[in-house]
Design a protein around this ligand. Structure first.
Ligand SMILES: CC(C)(COP(=O)(O)OP(=O)(O)OC[C@H]1O[C@@H](n2cnc3c(N)ncnc32)[C@H](O)[C@@H]1OP(=O)(O)O)[C@@H](O)C(=O)NCCC(=O)NCCS
Length: 198
């Protein structure tokens, strides 16, 4: 069977289908077990493509970002990262520790799709998600994508504010998209008109 992402409509996976998307049920810092200390004195970071040695770390970050049942299994995450046209960008600190990552893919119709974006709970609100998203958008533009879309849960307030900040607009609502019955919003951004702005 095909696996699929929690935010997209790329394929079908075991019994869960697309409802197992996870952009709705995030863990807060208290629920998660962050591996990072405080980054109030943030100084440096690096963006790079993920390699196979990163996989376990990425999976563990995903487990911290989403509740059980919504977070990806290793098999799911591996499947998305290896989709044709997919790329994974990681952001590391000055000690080469991964603080966040993003998986995206391209589609034949010239659109991009963000499969997931995950920032460790203790590393949020420091611009890491923004750097990952901007890097992915730039990559998609180079791959000649004219727009990018994604799904997020209607109750994922931080993600909605984050995407609003990045000029995503709501395309439609998908009722009961997630396995817990929560609706998803499909968000989209025009990559051509925003090339200079982002
Ligand atoms: C959504 C997520 C990726 C944002 O990452 P981040 O590194 O914290 O984002 P940034 O620091 O770049 O935030 C940029 C802006 O987005 C908005 N924003 C992000 N998180 C916010 C929050 N919790 N509350 C209000 N605004 C928020 C703010 O405008 C923020 O700018 P500001 O800090 O100057 O006010 C992160 O919260 C996360 O990993 N969440 C869990 C997984 C998830 O839900 N992923 C998205 C699923 S679709």
């Amino acid at each position: 069977m095909n696996t699929l992402d929690r935010k997209g409509h790329i394929g079908r996976t075991r019994e869960v289908r697309k409802e197992e998307s996870s952009c709705g049920n995030t863990l807060n810092a208290e629920q998660a077990h962050p591996h990072v200390a405080s980054y109030n004195d943030w100084v440096d970071f690096t963006l790079r493509d993920a390699d196979s040695r990163d996989f376990e770390t990425l999976w563990r970050i995903d487990q911290q970002c989403f509740v059980q049942g919504i977070a990806y299994s290793r098999r799911e995450l591996a499947a998305y990262m290896s989709l044709r046209g997919a790329f994974t960008i990681v952001l590391t600190d000055e000690e080469s520790q991964i603080l966040g990552f993003l998986v995206a893919t391209t589609r034949r119709d010239g659109t991009g799709h963000v499969i997931t974006i995950d920032v460790l709970p203790d590393a949020r609100r420091l611009g890491i998600g923004s750097k990952l998203l901007s890097a992915a958008e730039e990559r998609l533009r180079k791959l000649e994508c004219h727009s990018v879309s994604l799904e997020t849960a209607v109750d994922n307030r931080s993600a909605l504010l984050f995407y609003k900040r990045h000029q995503y607009f709501t395309l439609k609502t998908v009722p009961r998209y997630y396995s817990n019955g929560v609706d998803a919003l499909v968000l989209q951004k025009d990559l051509l008109s925003t090339a200079q702005a982002s």
